[in-house]
Design a protein around this ligand. Structure first.
Ligand code: ATP
Ligand code: MG
Length: 563
């Protein structure tokens, strides 16, 4: 036992160790991107179980996306082995769903309650007009709940039934919340009900990465943690292990004008003097921007179609040519509409891409269709694992395939996707309807398979918490970041949130970061001139390697002096 514990903490730095081994009671870990918050959280759970005799089944770890939950489960399993299975790991929605399932009747739901699909919700909305109460009533009459209800109903239930709340507090005596800066009011209420003010609540986050206020998240819950929970312990982590020094310097400068963290510090742990600068590409058009992405992917991965590996243009030691694969690369954008030209250009060049198309799973017809196939597949196998595997395979093949519409998946891809679905399937056993419910509650990034050999395409929001050796942040333009709708000017708070979003994007990169902007772009029905986002102005010009810049050449500092 002791060996396990010691080994565990060995993999943390001094401050991370303080956080991971802190005794029970409220604990707030506040730290910037890449400082090991998620790593510290998983190690803390493993440490508490291995060293302090905490039972895994008394632990509840909450994340914001299912992808993050799967990631955490994988990391916990790697640290702890099979006992990790006894830890409840899930999104707020999944936790709410668990409570509702266990108390459907008490929550006023009928025997056949389920989650409404998009069409059902739209119909209820239309019928109810703008009346929220009428909308809820219409759903309830059909024994339907929507995603908000998954948290709101348990909150109401636990508030009304203190005994029940107490039972859950006994069951989950240790609660861990990653990305705490993005909790909204109802999620916060749920946490308050699940954790006493002096409870073992460990919240982790970064106020400068709060990007969900448009959905009701409120960073103030983070900032007042110490007031809400008794004698809260505060640990700060300041060493960034993720990004090369130039990338980190650019990100820190970018967030500076609106940081929410007093005395913010973020020191690079990586000091390789050969790290490339941040590539800044001045695209003439959207097509040119997409072309740049393709060309650069080609250079980095090497010899896509014409053996450019020999061109000698890739020079970083951190990402030497040939060592990079497609899945090391992510293209991030502000709006989903921007992905079209990029996907097209990459696909034309033969680069596999993975991008979640979530709507197919969100219609009732779609889910029913899966259910039929799933039941059929379940009937074919022998033991449970085989059945579940088959079911997962069918599901993956039909619905989670991260390929372009209409594309056929290779057989290997089917199995890769099946692998992705396996943990889900295992968790829900052979209960098909529950499995489907979990799928229906999936968040945007869920179907991304970190192991699939394909370039990741995702929105900035979906990229939260993730990291990639190479990141392209495309569309860094004044109209897109901050996002501007015709006839509307974003207010100060919105601009600040967009800047945080920009910060989140920059800090996803480990070794290479490219920011691009197009001089012309088709938006809202017409093609117009676009200027680079003013967010770029906060970054020292010396941190950029200007690419494709047609303005008159001027001397520039190519070698960065950070050290
Ligand atoms: P974000 O705010 O983006 O979610 P984070 O603070 O959760 O970031 P992690 O994802 O936990 O950061 O860690 C970032 C990277 O740094 C990971 O690759 C992680 O393995 C690595 N890392 C963290 N701590 C250490 C450490 N002590 N030694 C070596 N690598 C570390
Ligand atoms: Mg994290």
């Amino acid at each position: 036992m002791e060996e396990v514990g010691t080994g565990l903490l060995d993999r943390l730095d001094a401050m991370q160790r303080v956080a991971a081994s802190a005794p029970g009671g409220p604990l707030l870990i506040v730290a910037g991107p890449g400082t090991g918050k998620t790593r510290t959280l998983t190690h803390r759970i493993a440490y508490l179980c291995a060293e302090l005799g905490v039972f895994p089944e008394r632990c509840l770890a909450i994340t914001f996306t299912r992808r993050a939950a799967e990631e955490m489960r994988t990391r916990l399993a790697a640290l702890m082995g099979d006992v990790a299975d006894d830890i409840t790991v899930g999104t707020f929605h999944a936790v709410g769903l668990t409570i509702l399932r266990e108390n459907a009747k008490a929550a006023g739901l009928g025997a056949d309650w389920r989650i409404a699909d998009d069409a059902e919700r739209a119909a209820a909305r239309e019928q109810a007009g703008a009346d929220d109460l009428a909308y809820a009533k219409i759903l309830r009459q059909q024994d339907l709940v929507d995603l908000d209800d998954l948290i709101a109903l348990p909150v109401a239930l636990l508030r009304d039934e203190p005994d029940l709340a107490e039972r859950y507090r006994k069951r989950w005596q240790w609660i861990f919340v990653d990305e705490y800066q993005d909790v909204d009011e109802v999620q916060y209420e749920l946490l308050r009900l699940l954790s006493p003010a002096d409870g073992n609540l460990c919240a982790i986050g970064d106020p400068d990465q709060a990007i969900y206020s448009f959905r009701g998240a409120d960073v103030r819950y983070f900032l007042r943690f110490s007031a809400d929970f008794t004698d809260a312990r505060l640990v700060r982590l300041t060493r960034n292990y993720r990004s090369s020094a130039p990338i980190l310097a650019a990100a820190v400068q970018a967030i500076a004008p609106s940081t929410l963290v007093r005395g913010r510090r973020l020191d690079p742990a990586r000091l390789d003097p050969e790290s490339p600068l941040v590539g800044r590409y001045f695209a003439a058009s959207v097509a040119d921007e997409a072309d740049f992405v393709v060309r650069t992917v080609d250079e980095l991965v090497g010899g896509l179609s014409h053996g450019s590996l020999d061109s000698g243009r890739v020079d970083s030691r951190a990402v030497a040519p040939g060592t990079l694969s497609f899945s090391d690369i992510a293209v991030l954008y502000r709006t989903d509409a921007q992905s079209g030209p990029i996907v097209e250009a990459l696909s034309r060049a033969g680069v596999p891409v993975q991008k979640r198309s979530h709507n197919r799973l969100r219609t009732r017809a779609g889910v029913q269709e899966i259910a039929r196939e799933l039941r059929h597949a379940s009937g074919l196998g022998g033991g449970l694992p085989a059945r579940v595997k088959l079911a997962a395979q069918v599901l993956a093949q039909r619905y989670a395939a991260p390929t372009l519409d209409g594309d056929q998946m290779a057989p290997e891809d089917v199995w890769a996707a099946a692998d992705l679905l396996m943990p889900l399937a295992r968790r829900t056993g052979d209960d098909v309807s529950h499995f489907l419910q979990e799928i229906a509650t999936g968040a945007e990034v869920d179907a991304l398979d970190p192991r699939a050999e394909a370039v990741h395409l995702l929105t900035l929001h979906a990229a939260k918490g993730l990291e990639f050796p190479v990141v392209f942040l495309v569309g860094c333009e004044a109209d897109l970041l901050p996002l501007r709708w015709p006839g509307a000017t974003p207010g100060d708070d919105e601009v600040a949130e967009e800047r945080r979003l920009f910060f989140v994007g920059l800090t996803r990169a480990q070794d290479r970061l490219y920011v691009t902007h197009a001089a012309r772009r088709f938006r809202h029905g017409s093609e117009r001139e676009h200027t680079p986002t003013p967010f770029l102005d906060a970054i020292d010009g010396g941190l950029f390697d200007r690419l494709g810049d047609t303005t008159p050449a001027r001397p520039r500092e190519r070698q960065l002096r950070l050290l």
